[in-house]
Ligand binder design. Sequence first.
Ligand code: NCD
Ligand code: ZN
Length: 359
Amino acid sequence: MTSVPMFRIPRPFDMHTHLRQGPLMRLVTRLTARHFDGAIVMPNTNPPILTGEDACRYQSDIMRSARGANASFLPLTLIKLTMETTPDIIIQAKKLGVVAAKMYPVGVTTNSADGVDLDKLRELYPTFKAMEDTGVILCIHGEVGGDVFVLDREEFFFEYLRQLHRDFPTLRIVLEHITTKAAVDLVRNLGKTVAASITLHHLFLTLNNVLCDPVGAGEFLRPHHACRPYAKRPEDRDALVRAAISGDPKFFWGTDSAPHPFDKKEADCCAAGVWTTPVALPLLVELFEKHEALERLAGFSSQFGLAFYGIKRRTRMLTMVKRAWTVPLAYDVRNGAKFVTKIVPFRAGQKISWKVARY
Ligand code: NCD
Ligand code: ZN
């Protein structure tokens, strides 16, 4: 009998994910908890997570959902910054254990209509100061909105990042889900209080995979590859891969796994988000194996993010095994026995070579 390649890694910590609410949350949380030790959970729910109390309630709901899959799963729920977020809200949230707050510029992504008006960024300076003083991390969706050409929106945001870093040099900032070589270069050149998360899908996709995939097959527009910020050029994707496998602790993994009901994705004005949870870790292993960088996987997928956040964990190990499996076409969301909707994973129907052996 030939032996199947297998190896053990620390369970990854997802530094950016969306777990949603209700029955969708229960399914997605269970699947996340099987593969991940914990996650930074984004607050763009409906209604949003705006205060420390909201974050604590949301965290308890998630923990209850995770229990059957991984009782030690640690969801760290963030609060969402709006123009109404006061320094006092930050101080209270910090007391309740909130580690970070997320800034969405108005209208740039899912549920961001109540986001931050970049023209009035200075009005929030007392709030940023409170974050800097209390050590609450600023997570940023780094895109501008308005009429700016959609592929330039990340780069147009850089001036705001530079401004915040200059005015609050000890505020820890995470530029989330970067998509360009320019963003990699910028983050690398800014001070050590600035880091970036990189998603799973931006390590694989370019804009071609959104607009005409499979390339050359005469089939176009893949709503399940549509997300904010959009995947960009091949050279951008390659720069993200290089940053991920480089061992530079400024770059860490945040899947930005963002499920939406299938009929919101397969629709005119489709929702933005790629749902990668069930395939994220196996595909990341595939990628690091291809680049002969498996020894740097643990840094990117757990250690660097935890270190930036200052989170200490006695992380349990996970066994990966090389055994091909086919990704389901969809996962049913149920409320008890009642079918609610389905969600379509990244790489639906395709074969993947690595598998998580034991949870
Ligand atoms: C995310 C979502 O659906 O909540 N969508 C996305 O395309 N990434 C929000 C976000 O992180 O931008
Ligand atoms: Zn996100």
